[in-house]
Design a protein around this ligand. Structure first.
Ligand code: F0G
Length: 486
């Protein structure tokens, strides 16, 4: 085993991801009987966001704010220098950001979408366009709120579920060129690249691709904005998959990526296992366009809506992003789950990416029409039969158009997140086993419909109901096969 690859080979030849950490603080979990899980999902309007964690066994909703902190992060929190202005803790964080992202000017914000709000307000005018590899829900909402239109110009391979393409998060250069020609460079607010493209299965882009995008951006005098929320994992995949960087350090890869972006922003709920977020740049004019919005919406410039304790932990967490044994923990467990499910014939997004194992609900529940939300139905069904909570990433996470129809999502995914260093291998094996059972019984799962539908970001608080009594039938089959077992 090399020290940067957390897998070991067993005598039978099998490669197993191994935990390169020991567990010193633990939290008790409950695996409730299936009837109680059924009651819980009914109470939660068949929306896994509305479940109470007391009813959840493995919480695979997201890695956002749920990655395990290190001992060094927790101990740093005790050193917090509580001050409204000029806190030493802030300067530690600023220094960490300068070192890790290579950007000198830093604006703290309370989480990633706050950075999106500020960047959108500062740089998007009514009628502008924003080309990007793919949108994230909150990103799109803020950009549209400020009068922008987003264009997703991923390569054709980006949405192919079963693929061996190592960089499905790449931007299609020809599509970028033609957008600029069609609208004119002055209409492009900026080009956004999202590291480890979240909504298409945590898929990375390559440095080669970023270089090509950067060249076009510079030729046309267009800003480049990098969403670095999942940058550690993207850098890890570059090291694994891009020949030129096989011998590079993660730090060099991060500096190369960030060096091409005029603005780097992030949710530190993801990147540094804490809460909070930030915006970084080396350009003073850009900094000044955003600075006063931070004090207006977030807080003073040395805390930006974050607690000082979290700022301390963030400084440590950012530096830990440079440690390959830390950032590869989640991808290696995801790869294990994806490879096992793939071998069992369960449709999953390949190659394995960052953040989570993404089950292709469209393929899994091909009998459920897209307007009955197969990804939402799969999330509810999987919770009922396993107690594990995943997140719908399909049409429920999309929007309703003015004509009353759903804007159907490009892909219907159930995301089973693997927060960094949280789950064990036996828990991962349980997930694979129950998903395999559900796949064999997939015909029993039906669709969902909205009973309460918020106008903005409806997936968070929306309530749904099953289109038939399919949950009861699924539960009866579960009891028949598993008896009293949870
Ligand atoms: N950008 C990306 C790529 C994200 O994944 C997220 C959040 C945000 C921005 C917004 O950051 O939540 O701190 O405001 N992703 C979480 C997820 C919510 O579950 O994937 P935030």
């Amino acid at each position: 085993m090399s020290n940067n690859s957390p897998t070991v080979k067993f005598c039978n030849g099998q490669q197993i991801p191994i935990e390169l950490h020991k567990v010193r603080i633990v939290q008790k979990l409950h695996l409730r009987p299936i009837d109680e899980r059924f009651q819980a999902i009914q109470k939660g309007g068949y929306n896994t966001f509305l479940l109470n964690t007391k009813d959840i066994f493995l919480d695979m909703l997201t890695d956002s704010g749920t990655n395990a902190m290190s001992d060094n992060q927790v101990s740093a929190m005790l050193q917090a220098d509580d001050a409204y202005a000029g806190s030493q803790s802030y300067y530690k964080m600023e220094e960490a950001l300068q070192e890790v992202f290579g950007k000198q000017l830093v604006l703290p914000v309370h989480q990633g979408r706050a950075a999106e709000n500020i960047i959108s307000q500062a740089f998007i005018k009514q009628g502008d366009i924003i080309p990007m590899n793919y949108h994230f829900t909150t990103t799109k909402a803020h950009m549209e709120l400020n009068g922008g239109t987003i264009f997703e110009i991923f390569t054709d391979e980006g949405l192919v579920i079963k693929s061996s393409n190592p960089f499905k998060g790449n931007i299609d250069i020809a599509k970028l060129q033609s957008l600029i020609t069609q609208y004119g460079a002055e209409k492009v607010a900026f080009i956004r690249m999202e590291a480890s493209t979240n909504l298409i299965g945590g898929q990375p882009f390559s440095i080669q691709n970023m270089r090509e995008v950067h060249k076009i951006a510079k030729e046309n005098n267009i800003l480049m904005v990098l969403d670095a929320s999942l940058i550690g994992e993207n850098a890890y995949f570059i090291k694994q998959r891009e020949e030129e960087f096989k011998q590079s350090s993660i730090q060099d890869i991060l500096l190369t990526m960030c060096g091409m972006a005029d603005i780097v922003y992030f949710s530190s709920r993801k990147v540094s296992s804490t809460r909070g977020g930030g915006i970084c740049t080396n350009n003073h004019d850009l900094y000044m366009k955003m600075r006063d919005l931070v004090t207006l919406y977030e807080g003073f410039l040395t805390y930006g809506g974050m607690s000082i304790r979290e700022i301390e932990a963030m400084a440590v967490g950012l530096r830990e992003t440079l440690d390959e044994t830390v950032i590869c923990q989640s991808p290696s467990f995801i790869k294990y789950a994806v490879d096992e499910l793939d071998a069992l014939g369960v449709p999953v997004v390949t190659p394995a990416g960052a953040l989570g194992c993404h089950v292709d609900a469209g393929g899994f529940l091909s009998h459920v029409p897209q307007k009955e939300y197969p990804a939402g139905a799969l999330a509810a069904a999987f919770y009922i039969i396993s107690g594990c909570r995943g997140m719908e990433r399909g049409t429920i996470s999309s929007v309703r158009l003015e004509n009353g129809e759903d804007l159907l999502a490009d892909v219907e995914l159930l995301r089973l997140a693997f927060p960094r260093r949280v789950f064990t291998l036996s828990q991962t094996m349980f997930v694979v086993d129950r998903m395999n059972w559900l796949f064999k019984n997939r015909e029993l799962v039906g669709g969902l419909r909205f009973v309460e539908e918020p106008k903005v970001l409806r997936f968070f608080n929306g309530r749904l109901e099953p289109t038939s009594d399919w949950p009861q039938k699924l539960i009866a089959k579960f009891k028949q096969d598993f008896g009293d077992s949870l």
